[in-house]
Design a protein around this ligand. Structure first.
Ligand SMILES: C[S@@+](CC[C@H](N)C(=O)[O-])C[C@H]1O[C@@H](n2cnc3c(N)ncnc32)[C@H](O)[C@@H]1O
Length: 257
């Protein structure tokens, strides 16, 4: 079942949380001259247009990236702002970078990027916008694809896990996948995103991952002041493994404007 389309949610408050921290993490990882491998299990289409019908229908970006930029919530030179500016220069003033485009703008030509996307249209869109010799786009199940490549060359690197949680089992799948990936590619920095919903299914998933005793484990959550509906998303969560030394101060400093 692939009914989820990120175009309805691009640039919302959860995306802003995830993408701000992702950009800061990539900036930290590229401080070292050594090349790295970046992988995503669930890539999406790479670039979104916030003026299209899907985005307009939900209006979610207004409480997300639109508000953040209006309130100058990102310091000059912030890597997330850099990624947005580069995307808008190339794709127009209402475009918004998804996680693959953020990685593409912040990583270097020697870094290898592997992106998994199963949906045929999202995969085709991603292939159109992210052409580069170091970008490898796979139409393949993200869990299976990343495990098949891990550990990659270069061995230094990170994985973003960003499922749509369309089916309940996804929480269990992630809880099983993340420790497995950590065992197979011990050096990888891992970043997992999850929604905080009234059913609180993320709690069991997070507890299972925490019990696996991963090196450099960190859980970081924010709650939104406004929710769109009773069943709507109430907050956004991230789980990390192998978090770089001192990066917890970056997540602690995260502030929603
Ligand atoms: C939340 S969106 C990704 C958003 C993207 N990471 C970003 O931040 O811009 C999830 C994507 O995963 C895709 N997807 C769903 N199940 C998948 C699977 N098993 N393997 C790979 N992609 C999958 C969906 O088609 C959707 O485009």
């Amino acid at each position: 079942m692939l009914s989820y389309q990120h175009a309805y949610h691009a640039g919302n408050a959860a995306d802003v949380h995830k993408h701000t921290i992702l950009a800061q993490l990539l900036a930290r990882l590229t401080e070292k001259a050594k090349p790295l491998t970046y992988m995503e299990t669930h890539a999406g289409r790479g670039i979104y247009d916030l003026s299209n019908t899907e985005a307009e229908k939900t209006g979610e970006a207004r409480n997300g990236i639109v508000r953040l930029l209006e309130r100058n919530g990102l310091a000059d030179g912030h890597p997330y702002l850099r990624a947005i500016e580069i995307t808008r220069r190339g794709f127009g003033p209402t475009s918004y970078p998804g996680s693959p485009m953020i990685a593409r703008t912040l990583l270097r030509p020697d870094d290898q990027i592997h992106l998994m996307e199963l949906h045929p249209q999202e995969h085709a869109a991603l292939k159109r916008v992210l052409r580069a010799p170091n970008v490898h786009i796979h139409r393949r199940d993200g869990y299976e694809g990343v495990l098949a490549i891990a550990p990659p060359t270069p061995r230094r690197g990170m994985v973003l896990i960003d499922p749509s949680y369309e089916i309940k089992d996804e929480y269990e799948d992630v809880a099983a996948f993340l420790p497995r990936l950590h065992r197979k590619w011990a050096e990888a920095v891992i970043m997992l995103w999850y929604p905080i919903l009234p059913a609180c299914r993320h709690e069991t998933m997070a507890a299972t991952i925490e019990r696996a005793g991963l090196k450099g484990f960190l859980r970081h959550e924010i709650r939104f002041a406004e929710t769109t509906s009773e069943r709507g998303i109430q907050g956004s969560g991230l789980i990390f493994a192998n978090l770089p030394h001192g990066f917890d101060s970056v997540t602690r400093a995260y502030a929603w404007p």
